[in-house]
Design a protein around this ligand. Sequence first.
Ligand SMILES: *Cc1c(COP(=O)(O)O)cnc(C)c1O
Length: 433
Amino acid sequence: MQYFSTRGDGPVSLDDALQKGIADDGGLFLPQQLPTFEPTDFDNADSIPQVAAVLLRPFFVGSVLADELEEILAETFSFPIPSTPLPSAGRELELLELYHGPTAAFKDVGAGFLAACLSRLESDEDSPLTILVATSGDTGGAVAAAFDARPGMRVVVLFPEGRVSDRQAHQLCCWSDNVVSLKVQGSFDDCQAMVKAAMADPDLSAVHRFSSANSINIGRLLPQSTYYADSSLRHYRRTGNKPGFIIPTGNLGNAFACIMAREMGLPIGPVILATNANRTIADYFETLKWLPRASLQTLASAMDVGDPSNMERLRKLVGEADVLREQLGVLSVSDAEIETSIRQDYSEFGFATCPHTATATHTWRHLDDKVASAHDWILVGTAHPAKFETIVEPIIGEIVPLPPELAEILARPAHAVTIKPDLKSLATAIGDA
Ligand SMILES: *Cc1c(COP(=O)(O)O)cnc(C)c1O
């Protein structure tokens, strides 16, 4: 399989697309053509790694990793991804729990797969690959966990001082020596600007081999499409119905993977995007004008995105707003609605949801009656509520028990270096000679 940039560059191999992350022309990589499947193609696959092997095989044709796909998938899916039935007065309802990985958010799947791939493409211990990640919370932890202690790979995480939760900060700073955690005296935008400046700096690039692991890497999208394949197939085999999915959405990586799975022929019904108060996508579908803007801070902070980068992929794959809005729903959910939703989830479902997941449960409760009763629904749970306990616990008036994977991480010692928000401080911190 060959890959092309959304802006035209290419073709490149999967291996190059994984290593580059972003295309030279600034676009995002997409496969030349999506393979298509019938549900029966998966008849002999009844676990996520097995479904993933069938689904991803065509993407790996011609890659040096082709023979290692099964091994890569076994490493990626080292934790369960269950769907739990939820009580509902109407059609069947499930919660797809994507938060049982090492850092308790769905980003563990993409980060784990990317690390498994890159560590097999890279084995030069004398000149390690340095993965730079600017994070507003969840991404940096998932990437650090996935690359922790891998030989020949180094991770530098930059996060804004005082703007991530204490538990998120701990997850960014508790890893082996190959992970450097930098607390930046600035904003997330400063962190991102420093990463860009470092990658563009010829002197620094001569010393370090830089790469990035942010959510635009195709290596994060491919494995995400496999849990939509697996959960839709399980539902379809059991009921004969194609379930609809409601997906908490920020940069559109998770939802794009679901749409990709539907395009490939998986039994998936309607796809509805639940966003927070950042209305860029909702306004696009309404006005047909794409107007990216600065992000607003909300309770669902991992979705605080005003310029969702994967929209460029979606427009290339499916079409512009007039076409997109026929195929996708979107609802923008306010902070007040998120709070109400967390309270309602706790009383109706008997467990707490994180602020991101609560945008999906809110959206489900506010579906048009006709739409709601025409489909079974799978709500996508993107993070464990214990990760956002300072928001969730006061709302439900209870302590959220720590899942074992989070407890294990929080028990580790953590350390970070505090730096100023400029390139020189970053260079000094990572060794500029
Ligand atoms: C990153 C994140 C999202 C948003 O996912 P996108 O792929 O950026 O749309 C939602 N919920 C949680 C918990 C996240 O960490």
